[in-house]
Design a protein around this ligand. Structure first.
Ligand SMILES: C[S@@+](CC[C@H](N)C(=O)[O-])C[C@H]1O[C@@H](n2cnc3c(N)ncnc32)[C@H](O)[C@@H]1O
Length: 258
């Protein structure tokens, strides 16, 4: 699970442009980020968690109140911090040590004491045990698909019986939108040295945008006994979906009617 070219790309962003690495708008570039920009960045995370919690409580589990929470691909803590304000024990996991360092610093600055930030590999190997809520947003899209599937399966294994997952996957490039972002990856794959040349000129890594097969993911959710999946679409140049589901509690398995 641990070797892939994208890991060093993310450490580059963690070191050089962490907030832009998380939300790629110019106002979050390291050389432009001011107090107002930082506030807007974290407010977006608060609003996202508010909406997601409301969605889970309305449509998936009315009494949703997880004890142990995992935010996979936590970045600088934009979503982990609001999660830690709501739930007792939160783990933020990321592949980039520098992102994890920023997340710890942000928690210190905001007086958050119940969030821990750890290397994603440690979590996937099960060193931190199971979780009652596993969340990941705008992360899988940047991970090569084969590896993303391995991580998905590992995360499903870490979800406690009766636990809730909210995992975001991109599944289709939006027709006509961001032509550049659709064509460039194909050029980099096919034209020798095009990627190296781009790195030399721009001096920053290309963020991969990958498409996942939702059929595959739905099959795994079915296999772990989810009775259903609540799906919310996203579209930021690539179409995606946040899949919200509850892993079956074996104790309630026999209650299902044919
Ligand atoms: C676009 S940012 C999103 C951060 C956060 N989820 C948010 O919405 O604020 C993607 C994050 O995923 C992390 N990441 C990339 N590949 C990863 C992997 N294989 N395992 C864990 N984290 C990864 C990156 O380092 C980066 O912090």
């Amino acid at each position: 699970l641990l070797n892939s070219r994208t890991d060093s790309d993310w450490e580059w962003y963690g070191k050089n442009d962490p907030y832009y690495g998380v939300v790629s708008w110019d106002q979050f570039r390291s050389d432009q980020l001011d107090e107002q920009g930082r506030a807007a960045f974290f407010q977006a995370g608060e609003a996202y968690v508010r909406d997601l919690t409301e969605q889970i409580r309305r449509l998936v589990v009315g009494e949703f109140c997880p004890g142990r929470v995992l935010d996979h691909g936590c970045g600088v803590g934009r979503i982990t911090i609001p999660l830690a304000r709501l739930y007792p024990e939160v783990v933020g996991a990321d592949i980039s040590p520098s992102m994890l360092g920023h997340a710890r610093e942000n928690c210190r600055a905001m007086g958050i004491g119940n969030a821990e930030f750890v290397d994603a590999g440690e979590v996937l190997r099960g060193r931190l045990g199971q979780f009652d809520f596993i969340h990941s947003y705008i992360v899988f899209q940047h991970i090569p698909v084969g590896r993303g599937y391995e991580i998905t399966q590992a995360l499903l294994g870490l979800l406690a019986a009766g636990g809730v997952g909210a995992l975001h996957f991109t599944y289709r490039r939006s027709a006509g939108r961001h032509l550049r972002s659709r064509l460039l990856p194909a050029v980099y794959r096919r034209v020798p040295y095009a990627y190296r040349l781009r790195r030399l000129l721009k001096r920053e890594p290309v963020m991969q945008m990958n498409e996942y097969d939702l059929n595959q993911i739905l099959t795994w959710l079915h296999d772990i006994g989810c009775g259903g999946v609540n799906l919310r679409f996203t579209d930021h140049g690539v179409r995606g979906a946040i899949l919200v589901f509850r892993k079956q509690n074996p104790a309630s398995k026999n209650e299902e009617k044919p």
